[in-house]
Write a protein of this length. Structure first.
Length: 124
């Protein structure tokens, strides 16, 4: 009977009772043990990836839901959407910095011009 103690045993998140790995509902309190399977269809993946990349914070809800799945394919989807979200944030920050730098240098250019004239005046 010692073989019954395997790593696959789940514990009910509601009452903590041990439940068999394949149990869908807790035998003790009847609460669902497994989250419903998330879709891993191509269409769903595309939506998740698009939202992850173009609307960064909104993709994260899916990202964590998929990462928590035991299904390997779902985990990969979660991972990809996480990477896309991070990439989108990096691109966003980079774009903002690029814009600020551009703004700075054009301001510096404008101010720099008058500054050097000012400096020349001071040197006279
Ligand atoms: Zn329970």
């Amino acid at each position: 009977m010692a073989m019954d103690m395997n790593l696959e045993d789940r514990f009910c998140p509601s009452c903590g009772a041990k439940a068999p790995a394949d149990a869908v509902f807790c035998p003790h309190c009847g609460k669902p043990l497994q989250e419903p399977q998330l879709s891993t269809s191509i269409g769903k993946q595309i939506i998740i990836y698009l939202v992850s990349f173009f609307l960064p914070p909104f993709g994260l809800a899916w990202t964590f839901k998929y990462l928590r799945q035991e299904n390997k394919k779902a985990k990969i989807i979660g991972l990809v959407s996480l990477i896309l979200t991070i990439a989108a944030v990096i691109v966003g920050i980079w774009a903002i910095f690029g814009f600020m730098n551009g703004l700075n240098s054009s301001l510096n250019g404008a101010l720099g011009g008058s500054n050097s004239q000012f400096n020349q005046l001071m040197q006279l």
